[in-house]
Write a protein that binds this ligand. Structure first.
Ligand SMILES: CC(C)(COP(=O)(O)OP(=O)(O)OC[C@H]1O[C@@H](n2cnc3c(N)ncnc32)[C@H](O)[C@@H]1OP(=O)(O)O)[C@@H](O)C(=O)NCCC(=O)NCCS
Length: 187
């Protein structure tokens, strides 16, 4: 049997490039994580000190490439057009095929790039890739009820509210309620 290797995505819009980083590019991700540590802390899981080191990201980026090849996830780094700075991330994880054809989405943008529509621009492009290139049917995203910025972004992208999950994800050390939303490929 011949295995077909999926082609790595390299998506380009006017202001954002989305692709998977290679392990040797770990320092770019470490820099993004260090610079945005306080900014992202209220919205993400508790991070261990090694999360802010190059050696952690060398391994994580290698794992992410393997998971992409296995069809388990697509962990995009969002780069400046010159591709010398990580401005954010959007991770499509828990890809399930069969009758579900769905995955979860999580995202974060550097504080100094907020408020310019960059995440909207990036997610429009990456959602299209997940639907049209990977053939998924549903992308699911949850947000903290007080994360208005994230809720507005998802609504503008066409995500529909589907429910409310009590104590759904452990964010910054606490089990937090989340609003559940999905974007469905109706084509
Ligand atoms: C949530 C988050 C990703 C939003 O990123 P963002 O790029 O600011 O969001 P959008 O792409 O929707 O941009 C909207 C803003 O850009 C402005 N904007 C400027 N030009 C724009 C354009 N061409 N198109 C769209 N919006 C534009 C809008 O007016 C809006 O500004 P405002 O928020 O000051 O009202 C970001 O705030 C973040 O990373 N937060 C912390 C982590 C987090 O919450 N993650 C999600 C967990 S569920």
């Amino acid at each position: 049997m011949r295995l077909i290797k999926p082609k790595l995505p390299h998506l380009v819009s006017e202001r954002v490039t989305a692709r998977l980083l290679e392990p040797h590019e770990a320092p770019m991700m470490t820099r993004f994580r260090k610079e945005n540590r306080a900014h992202l802390e209220p919205w993400e899981p508790l991070r261990k000190p090694e999360f802010f080191t190059d050696s952690f990201w060398q391994i994580s980026l290698r794992v992410a490439l393997g998971d992409f090849r296995n069809g388990a996830s697509v962990c995009f780094s969002l780069l400046s057009p010159t591709e010398d700075e990580v401005i954010g991330v959007c991770n499509y994880t828990n890809v399930v095929r069969g009758t579900f054809q769905s995955c979860h989405l999580g995202y974060a943008l550097a504080s100094r790039h907020e408020g310019q529509g960059l995440m909207f621009e990036a997610l429009q492009m990456t959602n299209r890739y997940m639907f049209h290139d990977l053939g998924l049917h549903r992308v699911m995203a949850g947000y903290l009820p007080h994360n208005d910025r994230s809720g507005t972004l998802l609504e503008r992208l066409g995500f529909e509210k589907e429910g409310f999950a009590r104590r759904y994800l452990k964010i910054n050390g606490e089990w937090e309620d989340h609003v559940l939303t999905s974007l469905i490929n109706d084509e």
